[in-house]
Design a binder for this molecule. Sequence first.
Ligand code: IN0
Length: 395
Amino acid sequence: MGGVKAVTPNCDLMLLSPTLQKCYTYLKMTSRSFAAVIQSLDEEMRHAICIFYLVLRALDTVEDDMTIPVDVKVPMLKEFYKNLTDPDWRFMDSNEKDKIVLEDFPAISTEFRNLRRVYQHVIEDICKKMGLGMTVFLERDVDSLAEWDEYCHYVAGLVGIGLSRLFAASELEDRIVGQDLDLANKMGIFLQKTNIIRDYLEDKKEGREFWPKEVWSKYGEKLSDLAREDKREDAVECLNELISNALELIPDCILYMSRLKNQSIFNFCAIPQVMAIATLERCFNNPSVFTGVVKIRKGEAVKMMMTASDLEKVKAIMYHFTNKIEQRIPDGPNSSSIRSICLSALDQCQTSEEFITSSIYPPLYMSAGMMLAAIGYQYWSQILGFYGTLSESSS
Ligand code: IN0
């Protein structure tokens, strides 16, 4: 039951220093379900990634805060990495939901300085590059697809690069994992493109635009036009084109994951990836993206987290959702290019019979009972406890 072990934290919080305990408390407050996945990482990696996650969350909270004037925000982002070595730096003027990580940044920076030097170097370097990169897009829109990749590189690709260097530095993974920066970057870009696609409406409400103009300008005068009722058909065509752009990354993400040897690192990487493909499948050809929130159901999410425990199973999940997309491609100007992208992804997801989707994804009416019988109530209650806050909107 690799999947079950995967989400069962195996560290005793009470044994940690008070500041580290605070860090794990903030982790749970900010990342909800993902905190359990971080806590189940092997000892060697766990604290470094917890701190990395919180530092990134702090940086992201500054970037997101529309109440900070741009002339204040730009130097704050550029110099953010310096806060890691300043025991006193904190920021009390944020109104964002995760402001706690800025208000009690000294707890995080204290634990940062307790990490091994190699880990500190990686985290500091990524912070420096990300802070600088974020400022580029405060003053510039995402126009071309190349710029879409560039923006996603700054906010998520760099995370993939940093994580991969941490994995390699821990020696739990081969050096190649920390050296192949292109693949590490793509892991992050895949997650971020999925977020941007899913969050169209939420970002629109907050006056933020992350869909690339090169694509949406084919379907409307302004990006916000895509939310208009009379534009639904164009909007969905645009949505599908962006989803197919994200799907192009699947083969490289699989290649990245195929290099991972450590079970806890594999789970940590695979869980967000399978969530992303499920989210893309939900969004594909779905006009609800322009009218409300599209999220995967809690039951579905839990099932995937438990299943994403080895490469064959991850491939089977990817196959399952890409196949569902492929079956739903509507006729239109992009249908043949979307189809060929799906087919290349499906090709990379070929796996042995025993893992094909019908066994991983039995019909809904059977799955609950089968899963309960298979793994027992004890595990379910534990996992559902951790993931109890996931996607309240459904299931
Ligand atoms: C992440 C990534 C993440 C995890 C594992 C490997 C990665 C490789 C490359 C890039 C990112 C990788 O995963 C988290 C997942 C997460 O936070 N999920 C949320 C759900 C949600 O929709 O927000 C949850 O509460 O479960 C992630 O999304 N990001 C992230 C941030 C820091 C770190 Cl250390 C790892 C954010 C982002 C922007 C995609 C990089």
